[in-house]
Design a protein around this ligand. Structure first.
Ligand SMILES: [Zn+2]
Length: 171
């Protein structure tokens, strides 16, 4: 899935001035993973976004470009926890490295909660250098938020990062 380069060129220009991490996703990829999160109901659904990372001039000036979504089965079949199938996860990692991509974000849904991380989400994150997307399906209105998690000697924290759509609705 290719994004419109002029669109995210504008986004990275305006947002890099603020020196933030951001996640760029096309509407097509977004609707892909929303569909998979709906299909997983009543359980939590999940997967990974594969793509490329563009590092700016400072460590916090980083843009994650999603190229595609790779759905992963929830081995726990739970409405409150998600654990990705390990064999499928390895397949995602190997498949992405063959084409010069990496895992840039995890995605999982909250069928019974808002689109914000639980303490356990942050504590059990397998990687603190990538983004984490949460889809809230608790109401008929689907919400999607992106976060960065932090782990330090004082504990765990998270902060929201901009989720930037790389092409207009309907394209
Ligand atoms: Zn969660």
């Amino acid at each position: 899935m290719e994004s419109k380069s002029n669109s995210y060129g504008e986004c990275s220009l305006s947002l890099s001035a603020l020196r933030v991490k951001q996640l760029v996703v096309s509407y097509a990829i977004h609707s892909n993973f929303i569909q998979d999160m709906r299909a997983a109901l009543p359980y939590e659904g999940g997967g990974v976004l594969l793509g490329r990372v563009h590092h700016g001039s400072s460590p916090v000036d980083t843009t994650f470009f999603a190229h595609r979504f790779f759905v992963l089965p929830n081995t726990l079949q739970s409405s409150t926890r998600f654990l990705a199938d390990p064999i499928q996860t390895v397949a995602a990692v190997l498949g992405s490295s063959h084409v010069g991509e990496t895992i840039i974000a995890t995605v999982h849904s909250h069928p019974n909660a808002d689109a914000f991380p639980s303490i356990r989400d942050v504590q059990e994150a397998f990687d603190y250098t990538i983004a984490h997307v949460i889809v809230g399906t608790v109401t008929s209105k689907i919400t999607t938020n992106a976060f960065f998690y932090r782990r330090n000697p004082l504990g765990y924290s998270f902060h929201a990062i901009p989720l930037v759509f790389s092409n207009p609705i309907g394209k």
